[in-house]
Every structure is written in C-alpha cells, then in structure tokens.
Design a binder for this molecule. Structure first.
Ligand code: SF4
Length: 351
C-alpha cells in the first residue's frame, strides 16, 4: 500500500540527469523546518521536505490475508490502549506532526478509530486512512465525512476481481469497490493505492481506467517489497526491465488522464525514510511504513527529541524497503560495489 495524502505528488524524472540514485540523493536537501537551509530542489514538494506527517498502524488485526502484506512479524504484538493511542496523537502533535495516515492491520477494525480521529480534529491535525475498504459502509463513510477526513487510500492489487482476489481473497475486489464508492458518494477524497508486481503489471493501465470510471481523486502506484509476507514472493518482485517499462508507461499515461496518476517512493523518486516515518501498532517509530526497523519507542521519547533522532539517522535508512533491487540496473553496477550489493539484495539496509 502507498501513503495516502491529501496532496498529490508529482511524477519525477527518473533518469533525466543520468545520475544514479545515490547521486540524486546526495544532491537533495531533506531539510527539516529548523534547518538553516531553505533551498531544496523543486523535485521535493514542500510537504515532503519536512517531518510533518506519519503513517500509524493503529492495530495489527486484519480481516484479509494478502500474500504481499508488509505488516507481518514473527513475534506477538499488542495494540496500544485507547489512552495510549490518544497520548501518541498528543506526542506527535507536540513534535510538529500535522498529518497522520491511519493504517493497520485494517484500521477500520479498531473500535475506537473514530475517537482517535476526533482527537486529531480537536487538535487541528489533518488525518487520512489507508484501508482495504471492506469495512467501509455508507454509515462509516458518512461518519468519516463528519470528521472531515482529508483522504482515504484504498488498496487495489488487481483491476479485475480475478487478479485482486488472487492476492486478497475471494470477494475482496467487490467489497473494496463498494467501500470506495461509498467514500466517493460522500464527497471524500478517495484514492486508489496500487502495489505493482509481476502478477498484476499487465493491468497497470486498467487500474487508471477503473479509478477514473469510479471517480477516484488519484491513482498511486507503489511496488511490492520484500517485507513481511512479501519476502516470500521473490518471483513477483519487479525486475529492472519491468520497472523501467512500467514507470515509462505510467508516466506517459499520467500526462493524458484527467486525474493524477502518481508514483509512491517505493516505485520511483527520492526516499523519504525518517522524513515520513511510521508508528507501529505497539508504539515504535520506524523509518517508513515499509521498514520493520524499530528506531525508538514513541511514548518514551520526549517530543523535542523525536525530530532530532529522525534527522540524525535519516541517511542511514535510505531505501530500507529494498527498492534498489528494481530501480538499479545491476548489470551496470561497478564491481567495486559488489560487497555492498550483496548486503542490499538481502535486505539489510541500515543495519
Ligand atoms: S525506504 Fe524510502 S523509498 Fe522505500 S518506501 Fe520507505 S521512504 Fe519510500
């Protein structure tokens, strides 16, 4: 899944400068609000240059069992209590966060989700949700409208029932479409979140057609990563050639459709690890939602240190999702980098 936001991202130029991902990254300024530098390149929209938004897995329960789910760990987890969850929102607000994307598990299975959203609203924070949409009825959509939710990202792994349900289970496509339509009927900004893999790459343009036909505000494309259950789907990870074709096809398509068609950073563009960090269901901060690396426990960390910790280590966790496996052309990587490559290919970034 992607990272739904109320502001669409641009489609960056992947290779216009001929620079490698490392060169491009070195040239960027991931400045934080208290940085003395204010000359970040246009490539990075304002809202992505600063630590001001997080994803938060408010629970680990889910009613589906997607074959690529990144939120799967080999130890027992406990969700935060309502009191702790409210404290998380307070702490994030104190740290300067202005946007929370609620995710899970399946966030809409959490009984106090509306209460948490209402607390964000009371504090003047924006919030969104990322969901499989199977729990989103007309009543739920109406409540979200009342709460002034900024955006809901609905996950689609296929533009047809056969492809989607092969990943998410029988009936998931119909239920997701129903939830998506309920959101749109309420006038809520709803976007389609697509995780591309070799299993669904052939439907790339069909996702756009589907999204446009139901009236989504944006179609955002990510890529399957070797995290959680995705680690056992090596054969479905994008290879460099497929990635190149897909990014070119989608970028071209994006120029001719009326709705934004955008890339998630796992597919293309700068890495926002530690700039858009993630909070786990048990209250740990990780570099991004696609990294299981626990940085520090949120509720035990003073608000003023959160920003500092994230800034201090942000370069250490670049591309921890493992995207170099498809964004980099391994045939052209210098031999001198091979030791490093072995590490990155086995997903041990930042350790
Ligand atoms: S590691 Fe970086 S590029 Fe990968 S999903 Fe996270 S923020 Fe995006």
């Amino acid at each position: 899944m992607g990272f739904p936001k109320p502001w669409p991202t641009d489609w960056p130029e992947p290779d216009s400068s001929g620079k490698s991902p490392d060169d491009v990254r070195e040239g960027l300024d991931y400045s934080f609000p208290d940085s003395s530098s204010d000359d970040s390149p246009d490539l990075i929209p304002e809202f992505r240059r600063h630590f001001c938004s997080v994803t938060w897995a408010v629970n680990h329960l889910c009613n589906l069992r997607c074959t690529h789910c990144y939120d799967v760990v080999d130890y027992r987890r406990s969700d935060l209590s309502t009191e702790q969850a409210v404290a998380v929102i307070d702490r994030l607000s104190d740290a300067g966060v202005t946007f929370i994307a609620f995710s899970g598990g399946e966030a809409f299975l959490r009984k106090d989700l509306f209460r948490l959203m209402a607390h964000c609203k009371d504090l003047g924070m924006q919030f969104g949700a990322r969901s499989n949409a199977t729990q989103i009825t007309n009543v739920v959509a109406r409540k979200l409208k009342e709460l002034s939710i900024s955006v809901v990202g609905v996950s689609f792994d296929g533009a047809t029932p056969g492809t989607h349900d092969a990943v998410r289970g029988v009936g998931a496509f119909t239920a997701a479409l129903s939830g998506l339509k309920a959101l749109i009927a309420e006038g809520i900004r709803a976007q389609m979140e697509v995780v591309l893999s070799k299993q669904n790459a052939h439907e790339a343009l069909e996702f756009i057609k589907l999204g446009k036909s139901v009236g989504v505000s944006e179609v955002n494309f990510s890529a399957i990563t070797p995290q959680g259950r995705g680690a056992s789907r090596n054969n479905d990870l994008l290879d460099h050639k497929t990635w190149l074709q897909l990014t070119e096809t989608l970028k071209t398509a994006s120029a001719s459709v009326a709705i934004p068609v955008t890339p998630n950073c796992a597919l293309l563009g700068p890495c926002f690890a530690n700039v858009e960090p993630h909070v786990t269901c048990d209250g740990w901060v990780t570099p991004c939602y696609l990294s299981p690396t626990k940085l520090f426990p949120l509720l035990e960390t003073p608000a003023k240190l959160i920003r500092e910790y994230l800034r201090r280590d942000r370069m250490k966790y670049q591309e921890v999702c493992g995207r170099r496996a498809w964004t980099q052309d391994w045939e052209t990587v210098p031999q001198s980098n091979l030791v490093n490559l072995t590490v990155t290919r086995s997903g041990v970034y930042g350790s």
